[in-house]
Design a protein around this ligand. Sequence first.
Ligand code: SF4
Length: 442
Amino acid sequence: MTKKIFIKTFGCQMNEYDSNRIFDIVKKIGFFKTNDISEANCYLLNTCHIRDKAKEKVYHEIGRVRQVFGFKKKPIVIVAGCVAQAENQEMLKREPYIDMVIGPQTYHEINTRIEEFLNKQKKLEITDFDANLKFDYLKEIKNSSSKVSSFLTIQEGCDKFCHFCVVPFTRGPEYSRPFKEIIDEAKVLVENGAKEIILLGQNVNAYRYENYKLSDLIIEIEKLSEVSRIRYTTSHPRDMTDDLINIYKVSKKLMPLVHLPVQSGSDKILNLMNRKHTIDEYYKIYDKLKNINPKIKFSSDFIIGYPDEQDDNFQDTLNLIKNIDFINSFSFIFSPRPGTVASKLKLIDRKISLKRLELVQHELFNHQIKMNKSLENEVIDVLVENKSSKSTKFFGRSEYMTSVIFDANDEDVGKIVRVKIKNTNQNTLFGEKLQKSNLKVA
Ligand code: SF4
């Protein structure tokens, strides 16, 4: 019988990276990937704990799988990722359809565990924290991602313990992969066709391996001639060290979009969140980067309605958004995560939070619309990622990660082309590729 695995991924880019690596591992024991859930004999759900009702979403999803199979022989059902880590044994008790719960630092054991399950039919929960063992195992298995823009995890976990966040509990302590191992993996991605490498970590700029920092990794990856763009995410303001800032002076491949979550514009709220930096320090980073390269733009994450956020604290956030023209940012109403310090705090009135979120998003969306509109009739550089499955158009991204839909040719995939922008909306630019011309690039 052909072994087929159906993998569904919720959440961040790191989960996407993990899902790809899980597939690279299970291939070793004969699994093929399927996009048709009903023909799968293994179903894996890679979960995310960041958003509201994460746990319920998982049970709901498993319920849907049960419906698909009805009275047919059920697949092996595996829940992986951060919800698996946080809920562990509880999941097996509550939902008998689940056969295995596997944490983000133990998925390298998946093959032996699947075999163990098949032999003994005994439900399994594996949620240790040993990133070391995981990456030791993974380095022997080639990354098969063949996307023009490929993710590369360099660091995992977090020691900062922001009061609202579950990451230190679900991903464990900060761990940085060996420098050489990362460069080797970057070379494999390049062999597979990657032109853009996005370095990932929960605290990506906290990367430290021996004397190496994130800035050293960027310098080294920049030497790979096939790589045309480098990005990294997600950073913490406290780790925006001068060596990293100065890379923007010399690098030709590091993109000028800095995603630097600030969460709130109020020092009082930052302190309550245990963010370990002030707004003044955030502005200093902004000024330094802008002085080095005025083209740099910022994007950020905002938590609105954090416990004890008063009107004046919220106003500080709005002022920050007005002062720094953030683009492509994320904003959410605070929602408590079990086990965190903030989960024990008194919530503020939901109606107030909703009103504040509306104001913040109005401001953020306006920045985005204004920025996109300013590009109409301009020519920009776009890395062509793929052809749209639904039309004859192509998809790529600007230097600032904005989606671009345009006319091009099959041989343009993987290249940076010049696109004249004709139309825009809040999230997307529409245009057409220029043949070689003398038009100035915006
Ligand atoms: S620094 Fe980021 S990952 Fe770490 S606890 Fe804070 S929000 Fe979570």
